[in-house]
Design a protein around this ligand. Structure first.
Ligand SMILES: Nc1ncnc2c1ncn2[C@@H]1O[C@H](COP(=O)(O)OP(=O)(O)OP(=O)(O)O)[C@@H](O)[C@H]1O
Ligand SMILES: [Mg+2]
Length: 363
């Protein structure tokens, strides 16, 4: 069963698929395992979060179209034990390219079966929605993990995702196992608790006991382009990710035991935390945090994107909107300022006329 391939999948967007993938990867490495992260999202978030620039020459796209071998695409990351098959921006056009190929839903399965992937785990970060890439991921994986956020729409996301998994299990990949459902960006308020209780009651033991809490450290870590488990290993979210990784490893060990496979035991939790802390010391300060210069650079890039091929009127229009955003000013405040300026000008004008009339002896 080596490597054990796990797809992180939910058709819903923004529910922590990438955060789960990258943190699971670094935690597994911290527990002494070797991991390859496969970034199937053209946004390249997991690529960036593991310190790799998505402007690399070759990525998953080249692998899928047969323009590069897996070994040529694979890159080491700054974290020992974690490698990445990076996403490049060209991945956005893969749907059209793959639709020209025969058996396009199994492209990844063929690639993996013909390559020597020498690692313990492959974590596949899927894009939202059920396109050709997630189908490929599910078709080639041993297991799938569904991250879920307990909001009133969580159930809809699950209800759309579970049938897609069943569809793959019935046709493309009969061995695919739903390893578990993980609560992410978890709030402690009553509604979230009610929703999570409902889902737990319905799915029973499939749901992991660990819940990843909403934690601003995750967002800080993302802007430092690091997984939170490295950025702040003792934060509540990082600790929860470690708990989840422990459960994930336990479940895998049990699954492997059923098929007579022996999986070497992971390091102890304290050792994993110690390793993450070393990485924190090495990388959390050295990372390129968004300095004033970088923010300005980003703003200029955005300006070019916004204004590049616009007409004069469109530029003017966008310029006004931009002005309001940049100065964090609302239209009401702006109009009040104009009104105050007009009143002042009129006042000054009237006063001048009165003074002029006075000096001419007209009043
Ligand atoms: N535990 C958490 N606490 C607070 N914010 C979080 C947490 N987990 C993720 N986030 C934030 O939520 C946003 C979405 O997370 P992420 O990118 O991992 O989701 P995704 O499911 O991969 O999104 P997409 O569907 O666009 O690929 C990000 O800004 C991330 O930093
Ligand atoms: Mg993502």
């Amino acid at each position: 069963m080596k490597p054990y391939i796990v797809a992180i999948f939910n058709q819903k967007g923004g529910i922590s698929k990438t955060t789960t993938s990258t943190n699971l990867a670094v935690c597994l490495a911290a527990y002494g395992k070797s991991v390859v992260v496969m970034d199937l999202d053209s946004q390249g978030d997991s690529t960036k979060s593991l310190g790799v620039d998505p402007n690399v020459k070759r990525g998953i796209y080249d692998l899928f179209i047969g323009a590069a071998e897996l070994e040529e695409v694979m890159l080491p990351t700054i974290f020992e034990g974690v490698s990445i098959l990076p996403s490049t921006y060209s991945l956005a056009g893969i749907e059209i390219k793959l639709s020209e190929l025969k058996d396009s839903q199994r492209t990844l399965t063929h690639i993996i079966s013909h390559a020597a992937l020498d690692c313990d785990y492959v974590i596949v970060d899927c894009p939202p929605a059920l396109g050709i890439l997630p189908i490929n991921a599910l078709a080639s994986a041993h297991a799938v993990i569904i991250p879920v956020t307990a909001t009133p729409y969580a159930n809809d996301g699950l209800m759309r995702t579970l049938p897609s998994i069943k569809y793959v299990q019935e046709g493309l990949n009969k061995r695919l196992l739903l390893q578990g459902v993980l609560f992410t960006i978890h709030d402690r308020h009553k509604t979230a608790r009610k929703i999570s209780e409902l889902i737990r009651a319905r799915l029973g033991g499939t749901v992991y006991a660990a819940e990843i809490p909403r934690d601003t450290m995750v967002i800080e870590a993302a802007s430092a382009r690091l997984p939170v488990c490295v950025y702040a290993p003792r934060s509540p979210a990082a600790q929860a990710h470690l708990d989840f990784t422990g459960e994930f490893l336990d479940r895998h060990q049990k699954i492997a035991a059923k098929s007579g496979e022996v999986v070497s035991p992971p390091l102890k939790r304290e050792e994993a935390v110690a390793r993450l802390t070393v990485w924190q010391g090495e990388f959390a300060t050295a990372t390129d945090r968004p300095t004033g210069d970088r923010l300005r650079q980003k703003k200029n890039q955005l300006d070019r994107l916004l204004y590049g091929d616009r007409t004069k009127m469109e530029r003017l229009h966008l310029g006004v909107i931009h002005f309001f955003i940049e100065h964090r000013m609302s239209l009401v405040v702006f109009l009040l300022m104009i009104l105050a300026a007009v009143v002042t000008l009129v006042g000054v004008g009237v006063e001048s006329v009165r003074m002029l009339a006075g000096s001419m002896g007209l009043s």
